[in-house]
Design a protein around this ligand. Structure first.
Ligand code: PAN
Ligand code: ZN
Length: 194
């Protein structure tokens, strides 16, 4: 970082056009997660394997903008999570803690209908909060977060986080979230993972 953070940022990172229909940001690389990448994330492994025997659907895409910079700078990612279910569990993201545990994040819902599972690392307490167009979700530090699409159209959102947050998927891969979001009588319902 030089004495002029403004001059250090590439002009193309200062203003970025986005399309909530695709979640693509210019020509930045998009990470695509398919069902096979999330086999460990769903509660019903057998239902997962039935789908995977025939197809490996695309579940979500994320494009991140990570400008150069040091302490105090921000990064952000545009996500699009497609609608669908594995058994009765709605499509979801892997979910993670931030490697730098105190790092919080703000999510801005752009399109679609869903929610975020938030789980406190110290106590395991969780909340399921709505994420949809015109809704802002605050993810405190030390909180695992996962996005769930409970609707019938793509759920698009922007997540803004400290540049030093980092993504820790290991803890979730080991012990997953304690709650799952399933369809019961046509409605999204939060239940304990068995
Ligand atoms: C988001 C997530 C995005 C994809 O940008 O990275 O929703 O979810 P996973 O990273 O869990 O696969 C974010 O929370 N960044 O910190
Ligand atoms: Zn995050």
């Amino acid at each position: 970082m030089s004495a002029s953070p403004l001059l250090d940022i590439r002009p193309e990172d200062l203003a970025v056009a986005f399309d909530p229909a695709t979640a693509h940001l210019g020509d930045r690389p998009t990470v695509r997660r398919h069902l096979a990448d999330l086999r460990e994330s769903f509660a019903d492994r057998a239902a997962c394997d039935v789908v995977l025997a025939n197809e490996n659907p695309l579940l979500y895409e994320v494009t991140a903008v990570e400008p150069a910079g040091g302490d105090g700078q921000l990064h952000y990612g545009l996500g699009i999570l497609y609608p669908g279910r594995v058994g009765d569990e709605y499509y979801l993201t892997k979910g993670h803690y931030h490697s730098h545990r105190p790092a919080a994040e703000v999510y801005v819902g752009l399109r679609g209908e869903g929610g975020m599972l938030l789980e406190d690392e110290a106590t395991g307490e969780s909340r399921f909060v709505p994420l949809r167009r015109n809704t802002i979700v605050y993810v405190p530090g030390h909180t695992a977060h996962r996005t769930v699409n409970t609707g019938s159209e793509p759920l698009a959102y922007l997540g803004i986080y400290p540049a030093n947050a980092g993504h820790d998927y290991g803890a979730i891969a080991e012990r997953n979230f304690r709650k799952i979001v399933v369809e019961r009588e046509g409605k999204p319902t939060v239940v304990d993972r068995r």
